[in-house]
Design a protein around this ligand. Structure first.
Ligand SMILES: [Ca+2]
Ligand SMILES: [Ca+2]
Length: 265
């Protein structure tokens, strides 16, 4: 009986869906599937996080890069769609100390309040160049950053830290990498007091599993996410691109038209 009611509701929803879409398309200003950029827009909350950006770096939803010249096949084009997030950060262009720039391109809405312990899949594809390695070594790579409330019992007044992924050197240069899995490669650290308390700081970074365990060890209120971002700085000059950021079961496909969500295979 229950199944039959469920089926009827499902069938009714299926029949109603095209009608809703038609109405949405017909009413100016209504939220359609493509979105209208209005107040109820859910599609794309991604952009430069102003608080975390220093200097005048570039985070540009761009076409390509297609290359480097002479490279053919899948490594010569963005892994998803036609475009990517181009990042350009200089190392000596502000009057601040250090003089380097910083960029965070992220989302301050959709991850807010979610549990750090709920992060199971994280990673991206990168376009790394030999020039970037000459500027800062093989470890000169962009990062994934989650601003979080660490909620550590030992630090009751510490409500902010950034959980940062330091990728391992890119496996290939001057072309697109495959998927770089942040849960199994590179290291993670926490900024500020939470880094000191957990032992997962910039000097002694941890594996993904270890930093999650360190945040969980005290029990009580769990660590929660404020924002998610990809970014670079402040350290070395870096000019490259990122595409296919994965967070759990969603792939964020950076395109000129915006950030498209794709279900992870
Ligand atoms: Ca793309
Ligand atoms: Ca806790």
């Amino acid at each position: 009986m229950k199944t039959r009611i469920g089926m009827r509701r499902w069938a009714a929803a299926l029949l109603a869906a095209p009608l809703v879409a038609l109405i949405a398309a017909a009413i100016p200003g209504s939220a359609s599937a493509e979105g209208d950029g209005g107040h109820n827009e859910q599609r794309d909350h991604w952009g430069v996080i102003t608080r975390n950006t220093i200097g005048s770096p570039v985070a540009d939803l761009r076409n390509g890069p297609f290359g480097t010249f002479g490279v053919v096949g899948p490594a010569s084009r963005p892994p998803y769609g036609q475009g990517s997030l181009g990042i350009e950060v200089a190392d000596n262009s502000t009057t601040l100390t250090p003089h380097s720039e910083k960029i965070d391109f992220g989302n301050e809405v959709d991850f807010y309040g979610k549990l750090v312990s709920g992060l199971t899949q994280v990673g991206f594809h990168v376009f790394q160049t030999d020039e970037n390695i000459s500027y800062g070594g093989a470890g000169n790579m962009p990062n994934i950053r989650f601003e979080i409330d660490p909620n550590l019992a030992a630090l009751p007044t510490t409500t902010y830290s950034t959980l940062v992924w330091l990728p391992a050197p890119a496996p290939v240069t001057n072309r697109w990498s495959g998927y770089l899995d942040a849960t199994t490669s590179g290291t993670w650290f926490l900024t500020g007091a939470a880094g000191t308390a957990t032992g997962c700081n910039l000097t002694t970074p941890c594996t993904f599993t270890a930093v999650k365990a360190a945040l969980n060890a005290d029990g009580g209120d769990p660590a929660t996410i404020y924002t998610a971002a990809v970014g670079k700085g402040r350290d070395f000059m870096w000019i490259g691109a990122i595409d296919g950021l994965r967070i759990n079961n969603t792939i964020y496909d950076f395109e000129v038209s915006g950030v498209r969500q794709r279900p992870a295979a």
